[in-house]
Design a protein around this ligand. Sequence first.
Ligand code: NAD
Length: 296
Amino acid sequence: MKICFIGLGVMGRPMAKNLLKAGHELHVFDVVPKAIAELVEAGAIAEENNKAVAAASEVVITMLPNSPHVKTAILGANGVLEGKHEGMKIIDMSSIAPLATREVGKACAEAGVPMLESPVSGGEIGAINGTLALMCGGEKALFDELSPILEIMAGSITYCGDLGAGNTTKLVNQHIIAVETAMVAEAFVMGAKAGVKPEVVYNAIKNGYAGSKVLDGKLAMAMDRNFKAGFRLDLHIKDLNNALETGHALGAPMPLASLVMDEMKFMSATGYGSEDSAVVMRYYEQIAGVELTRGM
Ligand code: NAD
């Protein structure tokens, strides 16, 4: 099948390569030429803009940073919709605001182009291994039709409901990870200030009710003093902002997200935006004057 991939960043590059490996004819575009070169070397066909790449393909996949990028790439000048043709379908795999997904989906439907959303979880490793967790929204028939393509990139696929349900599900995930990371930091820094080693506390509680994947993964980064992303702090700020905007628009209380957002923004403003979002733990460490090292 002729597929195009738009957005060849940390996630998009390996996802696109897996589509190539599965034998599809892949057309690619990114606003950064360097990102395209790597895919061309792997066998993809480069196009000059989002319109051209869409015109050459039956299925258009976008993997972009946030809502404004998706709007520009699909609805903007020389965008995907300008390259529309009979039978073309769009899968937006970016993590964006659910309200923006519905807006873009509506514009696509009005242009006669069906759109599915499929944000992902699982990070760069999941993208490389083709084991991402996909959270899909849109017409069920469209989901069923496009599932064989999604399966190439996925370890698990969940159909969440109408357009917007996939990105809502992703925001729930991102909200929990952000707040839980801060919560782990707050509790462990308190423990460390009281003189108990983080590793001792961790081993004592990890299999109990407080145990979690966030505790395992993010605390290990702090104990190893390795905050290399992983999932960049600035992307997590973007997701938490989308969660806050969604909550506020719908009248859902978001006090914890607001609090953690301030901490994350402080860490980004002080130079940690490209590190893993676990670096928010350093916010607590710096105030308390303690580090959650293994040796402590
Ligand atoms: P990235 O910034 O590395 O890549 C995005 C790419 O989109 C860049 O190469 C950029 O040049 C390109 N781009 C931007 N605007 C464009 C446009 N108008 N037309 C064409 N290309 C354009 O981001 P990423 O880490 O690959 O993340 C992509 C999405 O996946 C984000 O929504 C992110 O939140 C989500 N996500 C990321 C991770 C992760 O671990 N990085 C994990 C899960 C989900």
